[in-house]
Design a protein around this ligand. Structure first.
Ligand code: ZN
Ligand code: ZN
Length: 837
């Protein structure tokens, strides 16, 4: 009797797969193609079981598709640039490249140890000049088209680090993550931008192509992020500063303008200073303004940040009703959105409601909901924001109009009177890609005194990151201090020039990496369009919900740029997206900083990769969070051992048996029940894999099947070897996508020397489908709720057949005893209940 030794079995099969190059994929046009992809990891820290879930799900999908006859592309690579490598290098006095490469080696060891079916020949690393060269190439194509440009913009600036901080590096409400006593400043510097807004309309419209393939919630997040709104600009005249230009406000609800209580400007609005100059409130306001400008609110925090503001002492005239409105400045109005000025309508907008209640500004209802108690301004505890089902009130000539009609009528009036116009706006901003850091792709331009900004010619790419930059974490960009890098000659005039020292946001790297897998070694172009046309779009992309906005949005943007350059033909890169749940331990996501990680390698060393894979698939549906439980791992381990022992026990007597001919003739009762439950399990597991990804319920079904087989032991009594072989083979094939090493080993034990990887997913033939059906069922017969008999009948009989059979049972007749049946309740295949009186 053999024992299950996962370490040996898993090493053995991984070696066999490598030798036979099982997962190396080339285009095979005779088969349908399938591109299965998991989001590429950032190689940092230890790979833990939280990471493994994503890859396990992807691997099951890839393996199922391969078994079902698809030509499957399943690659892996590394998102290798980024700040953590730079910081780790500063801390450990090493080079970011050395640190990153060590991590990549470790990550690769873990992924190989888990037997994931990647085509490793296609591996890419974004910090490789052969890769980032094409980031630079794309940048130049965008620069030529005006899609890459330079402008001044506000950034988070740490005066101690002397560098720009990403939003995530601003912590505890405005402090530097490395200097927790240093308040982050908001500064204006020149930065490079990619013009994502050029595609704003398409990025919204093409979401339609993703419906049904992407989670509804991700589509909504994308739509909200892009934030298309049809609004109006309205000019309001300032009444108490002579000669000042009117303030232009932007609103998406011009219909509520009769309910305005104030005009509010962004702290950086150019009219703030002219308004304050000589105002009775100037003295109090100026320090407040200075503070506000220093601690700017981030877009993503707008909804939750505390709203603060001050009155300028000035007033403006509402052009619709000539009312005088106080002009305020507040932190929740952003210069980057609309015109940097709004009207506050507290009765019909949440932010305005909170702000005006806080500062005692009046509230007036101008839209009344239909068919309910009229709103009372004094008693409102929340604004009425609905578009639908409302009519205008307190709005002069517009009273009685619906919201939509009022928006049209009032914008038309504003336009006719010359104080306003309709306008479509987007919340989406252009993508700031400049980072004043070392470990990223150098931006390929130089600055020449004669020629200004000069792009580096294609033939001089890549602009290689110098290996010798000094990394101290302070004093600004390390590249700027590396003179050999900075000082260069102008490609245009040959005179002295300075290189750009900003590097690109690492989201650039991940915006197009999945195209490169199709043609990873190309040194003439980012990829061959024909190869991409074969594999794209991605059939299944798998990753965390944390990437639901930026990574996916930038990838969609990149795709549209590439389409317009003529590199690809599709509009959208990803057909189906799946966002898996998190792995938690003690109720919190696994993370090194919380100290609750379970290392993937420890898991494999203790139980083997197959147990780890099976556990993560079984413990929760893939889209739900999973709470780590050591007991359940033991359960998965015991189940695998049970299957192994079962096959091991029967293998010697079945491995040479011929294939069973699937004939119902001559089946014993025991055989019939065994093949029935096997085929029925296969039918349901196939369904779980194909349409719904209920891997956990598929595993539960396979566990049940295993229990049924054990319950029929000893199988030698009454079950022919060819039928035992059929049943054990089906069990093995069903396990193959989830526990591939185990399945290969069992397959070999069952008499197949040349590898399960060559086997197909079993498809039930008509004869097998017939056998899957339940033939005989047991129906319980009750009289007045008490069980009096059990009938063995053909499955599927209705009331007309079941009731006479029940009445014919002697035990039933005896309890009816001549009384009248007043009611009969029949559940086909289960129950007949007769009520007598
Ligand atoms: Zn700092
Ligand atoms: Zn020049």
């Amino acid at each position: 009797m053999a024992e299950y030794h996962p370490q040996q079995i898993e090493a053995k099969w991984q070696q066999r797969w490598d030798e036979a190059r099982v997962f190396e994929t080339e285009a095979e046009p005779s088969k349908p193609k399938y591109y299965a992809l998991e989001m590429l990891p950032y190689p940092s820290g230890t790979m833990h079981m939280g990471h493994m879930r994503n890859y396990t799900i992807g691997d099951v999908v890839a393996r199922v598709k391969r078994m079902r006859g698809f030509d499957v592309l399943h690659p892996m690579g590394w998102d290798a640039f980024g700040l953590p490598a730079e910081n780790a290098a500063i801390q450990n006095k090493t080079h970011p490249r050395a640190w990153t490469n060590n991590n990549i080696a470790e990550f690769q060891r873990v992924l190989r140890r888990f037997g994931f079916s990647y085509d490793w020949r296609r591996e890419i690393s974004t910090c490789d000049p052969r890769y980032y060269r094409w980031n630079q190439w794309f940048f130049l194509r965008m620069f030529e088209r005006g899609l890459a440009y330079r402008k001044k913009s506000r950034v988070n600036w740490c005066p101690k680090c002397c560098t720009v901080l990403a939003n995530e590096q601003v912590v505890n409400g405005g402090y530097c993550w490395r200097h927790e006593d240093t308040l982050v400043e908001s500064r204006e510097i020149e930065q490079w931008f990619l013009k994502t807004t050029h595609y704003a309309e398409q990025l919204i419209d093409d979401l339609k192509e993703l419906e049904g393939g992407w989670p509804e919630r991700v589509i909504t997040m994308q739509r909200n992020w892009i934030g298309k709104s049809i609004g109006a600009r309205v000019k309001v005249a300032v009444s108490d500063v002579a000669g000042l230009e009117p303030i232009e406000i932007f609103t998406t609800r011009i219909d509520t303008i009769y309910g305005a209580s104030a005009i509010i400007l962004a702290p950086t609005h150019p009219l703030v200073h002219p308004l304050l100059a000589g105002s009775p409130r100037q003295k109090e306001a100026e320090p407040q303004l200075a503070h506000m400008r220093q601690t700017s609110v981030k877009t993503e925090d707008l909804a939750t940040a505390e709203k603060v503001g001050f009155f300028t002492g000035r007033h403006a005239i509402n052009p619709f009703n000539k009312e005088e409105l106080p002009i305020w400045v507040a932190n929740f109005v952003l210069m980057e959105y609309g015109t940097g000025a709004i009207m506050a309508v507290p009765a019909h907008d949440q932010r305005d409601f909170e702000f005006c209640r806080k500062y005692g500004l009046p509230l007036r209802v101008v839209v009344q909901p239909d068919g309910v108690e009229p709103l009372d301004a004094e008693k409102m505890t929340a604004p009425f924001e609905e578009h639908e089902d409302g009519k205008l009130v307190n709005s002069g000539p517009y009273n009685g109009l619906s919201v939509d009609d009022a928006i049209l009528a009032m914008s038309a009036h504003a336009q006719a009177q010359g104080f306003g116009q309709r306008e479509i706006t987007f919340r989406l901003r252009d993508w700031g890609i400049s980072r004043q850091r070392y470990w990223g792709t150098p931006i390929p331009v130089v600055y020449c005194e004669n020629d200004g900004i000069v792009p580096v010619p294609d033939k001089d790419l890549p602009v290689v990151l110098p290996e010798n930059a000094k990394l101290t974490g302070e004093g600004g960009s390390p590249l700027a201090a590396t003179h050999e890098f900075v000082n260069t000659t102008c490609p245009k005039c040959g005179g002295p020039a300075r290189r750009e020292t900003d590097t690109m946001d690492t989201f650039v790297d991940s915006s197009w990496y999945f195209y490169r897998y199709c043609d990873p070694l190309n040194d003439q172009a980012p990829f061959d369009s024909a190869k991409v046309a074969y594999w794209f779009p991605i059939d299944q992309y798998i990753g965390g919900i944390t990437h639901a906005i930026l990574h996916l949005l930038y990838s969609r943007f990149w795709c549209k740029v590439m389409r317009d350059i003529g590199l690809v033909k599709h509009n959208e890169p990803i057909t189906r997206l799946f966002t898996q749940g998190m792995v938690q331990k003690g109720g919190m996501a696994m993370s090194k900083s919380r100290g609750n990680v379970v290392g993937a390698m420890e898991m494999a060393d203790k139980y083997g990769a197959d147990t780890g894979r099976l556990y993560t698939l079984f413990a929760a549906p893939p889209e739900k969070d999973l709470e780590w439980s050591e007991e359940s791992i033991e359960g998965a381990w015991r189940f695998i051992n049970r299957v192994f022992r079962l096959v091991d026990r029967h293998a010697p007597t079945v491995k040479d048996a011929a294939r069973w001919n699937v004939s119902p003739q001559g089946l014993s009762g025991k055989e019939r029940e065994l093949v029935r439950v096997t085929y029925e399990t296969l039918r349901r597991v196939t369904q779980d894999f194909e349409s719904r990804w209920h891997f956990n319920s598929a595993i539960a079904l396979i566990m049940e099947l295993t229990n049924e087989i054990y319950a029929a032991e000893p199988l030698e009594e009454g079950v022919r070897p060819e039928i035992r072989k059929e049943v054990l083979e089906m069990l093995t094939l069903m396990l193959a996508p989830m526990t591939p090493h185990l399945a290969e080993e069992l397959w070999e034990m069952l008499g197949h020397p040349d590898g399960l990887w060559k086997a197909s997913w079993p498809v039930l033939a008509a004869a097998q489908k017939d056998l899957a059906r339940v033939e005989e069922v047991e129906v319980v017969v009750q009289v007045n709720g008490r069980v009096r008999a059990r009938l063995k009948v053909a499955a599927g009989l209705g009331e007309a057949d079941l009731v006479p059979k029940a009445l014919a049972e002697p035990a039933v007749a005896q309890h009816i005893n001549g009384k009248r049946v007043v009611k009969q309740i029949v559940v086909p295949d289960k129950l007949v209940n007769l009520v007598v009186a």
